[in-house]
Write a protein that binds this ligand. Structure first.
Ligand code: TA6
Length: 300
């Protein structure tokens, strides 16, 4: 749908569709409670800021904004596989949901003062070339003091959908990575992707002092991102996920990514609400899988 049609159907003084970076269509939402921006490509949230608080998400100043190229930062939707394709290296990393253009289904002004956006992505000849199955993806974004996300995958085909991997691959902005602790992963085993995918055990809060790329298993509880000096914490509550991914590329990997500033690793951490590792999902005929994440900020 063209921008003019989107604005006439869903726009208001609080919801505006426009041409964003690289000419890609985006939507800006501003309410008394918060502001948010997302791109229609990937239903990719690139900004969220509760009123009176600092911006929550980290965006790369070097991100590409080009059709079919993943945006760096914000909240990429990784689906229907997490990481590299399990068998075909030619396939896009983290699946295709984040590089496909989604459709706006509805924008609701709720009596609570929140705004709910509903987006959808359905199988097409192009997606079936990449992944030969029929699906409907629905993504609900609820904007208030908290950011509530719901990714619903429906099996509309005639075969079981197996081994679906996905993640809300959220990039959080931090003041200083050296002041960051991640709580909620204590006594959890994890796959260390920086060390031959070996299985290890987390003890206590996680500090980031080197390249960190860990898939925590049996991790269904809420995760807290704590910045002590900044007196700020972020709580990520989730459902439909038993795995959490923590990623920081650190110096060498940051330098190796053209869409990532060399010093960017100092001000970001990915805390990803995932179905990764042995937490991939199966969806039977007519079934669905729902993944939710609720992001709340606490500033002391
Ligand atoms: O979530 C961690 C991870 O799988 C890392 O291994 C790294 O590849 C990161 O995702 C970013 O992936 P991307 O395809 O967005 O560059």
């Amino acid at each position: 749908m063209k921008l003019e049609a989107l604005n006439s159907r869903f726009g208001s003084d609080r919801v505006v569709f426009s041409e964003g970076n690289g000419g890609l269509a985006k939507c800006n939402i501003k309410t008394e409670k918060a502001e948010l921006e997302f791109y229609l490509q990937g239903s990719h949230i690139t900004h969220f800021k509760p009123r009176g608080a600092d911006s929550v998400l980290w965006m790369s100043t070097q991100s590409e904004f080009r059709t079919g190229v993943a945006i760096r930062g914000g909240i990429p939707i990784c689906w229907p596989w997490f990481g590299p394709h399990p068998t075909d290296a030619r396939m896009p990393q983290h699946g295709f949901a984040r590089i496909e253009k989604w459709n706006v289904i509805d924008v609701d002004d709720l009596p609570t003062g929140e705004i709910q956006v509903q987006m959808s992505l359905s199988n097409s000849p192009r997606t079936r070339e990449l992944w030969p199955f029929e699906f409907d993806l629905s993504y609900r974004i609820l904007i208030g003091e908290q950011l509530k996300l719901e990714l619903i995958c429906s099996n509309v085909g005639s075969v079981v959908l197996s081994d679906i991997g996905c993640a809300l691959h959220t990039y959080f902005q931090v003041a200083d990575i050296k002041d960051v602790q991640v709580h909620g992963l204590d006594e959890r085993r994890y796959i260390d992707k920086t060390d031959g995918a070996s299985t290890k055990w987390q003890s206590g809060p996680l500090w980031i002092t080197e390249e960190t790329d860990r898939v925590f298993l049996d991790s269904a509880e809420a995760i807290q991102l704590v910045e002590s000096r900044r007196q700020r914490s972020v709580n990520v509550q989730k459902t439909g996920s038993q795995s959490t991914v923590i990623w920081n590329p650190w110096i060498e990997k940051a330098n190796a990514m053209v869409d990532f500033p060399n010093d960017g690793y100092q001000r970001m951490i990915c805390i990803e609400t995932a179905n990764a590792g042995n937490d991939v999902r199966k969806i039977g005929l007519g079934g669905e899988h729902i993944l939710t994440a609720e992001i709340a900020i606490q500033e002391n």
